[in-house]
Write a protein that binds this ligand. Structure first.
Ligand SMILES: NC(=O)c1ccc[n+]([C@@H]2O[C@H](COP(=O)([O-])OP(=O)(O)OC[C@H]3O[C@@H](n4cnc5c(N)ncnc54)[C@H](OP(=O)(O)O)[C@@H]3O)[C@@H](O)[C@H]2O)c1
Length: 168
């Protein structure tokens, strides 16, 4: 799978390395460029902008906080502007519920998919989790973009479907 990875801090670097080991094609972007060097040596492609990282089936963000995620997602040439229709943003940072809901709404409006996949535990544990989020992406990609809620019968958007999938 073609994956963009944004945020190569303590957690993100291990997650991106794990995706490379699993055989994915990973483009990495980090505000401080030098943090990509070790991953490039492991086979990642370093890209110069958020929009370049978004030329992917899925882009994963592992950023410090709400402010960082907001600027990367909603900023000029950010993820909302750049991610192709039908591609998925997996947000693994610890962010507020309000921002997560705003992301779900904005991605749905842009025709993109959104999965909130916050990570618990230490960096070594995070390195194991990224692959399971991608299994959820594969499941949502193979389904129709809308289906009915089993409880209410009302249609769910693709981002809601993504959020409601158990990530295992
Ligand atoms: N570390 C843990 O044990 C742990 C455990 C559970 C959850 N988490 C959560 O995981 C997330 C990442 O944690 P971490 O430990 O990997 O943090 P970290 O090492 O401090 O890395 C933060 C990342 O966010 C980037 N960043 C920060 N502000 C930015 C901005 N305004 N614009 C663009 N990029 C920005 C940093 O870029 P630079 O390299 O340029 O600074 C870096 O790539 C956080 O939400 C944290 O709460 C962490």
């Amino acid at each position: 799978m073609k994956i963009g990875f944004i945020g190569l801090g303590h957690m993100g670097a291990g997650m991106a390395a794990s995706l490379l080991k699993a055989g994915h094609e990973v483009s990495v972007y980090n505000r401080t460029r030098t943090k990509a060097d070790k991953l490039v040596a492991q086979g990642a492609k370093a890209v110069a902008s958020v929009s370049d990282a978004c030329r992917s089936d899925a882009v994963i963000t592992m950023l410090a906080n709400d402010d960082a995620v907001e600027s990367i997602v909603f900023g000029e040439d950010g993820i909302i502007d750049s991610l192709p229709v039908g591609a998925t943003h997996i947000s693994s940072s610890t962010i507020s519920v309000a921002l997560s809901e705003r992301l779900a709404a904005a991605h749905a409006k842009a025709g993109q998919r959104f999965i909130a996949a916050p990570v618990f535990g230490r960096p070594d544990v995070a390195a194991e989790v990224s692959s399971s989020s991608l299994r959820a992406v594969r499941r949502t990609r193979s389904r129709p973009r809308h289906r009915s809620s089993p409880r209410s019968g009302r249609k769910l958007s693709s981002s809601q479907i993504g959020r409601r999938q158990p990530i295992s």
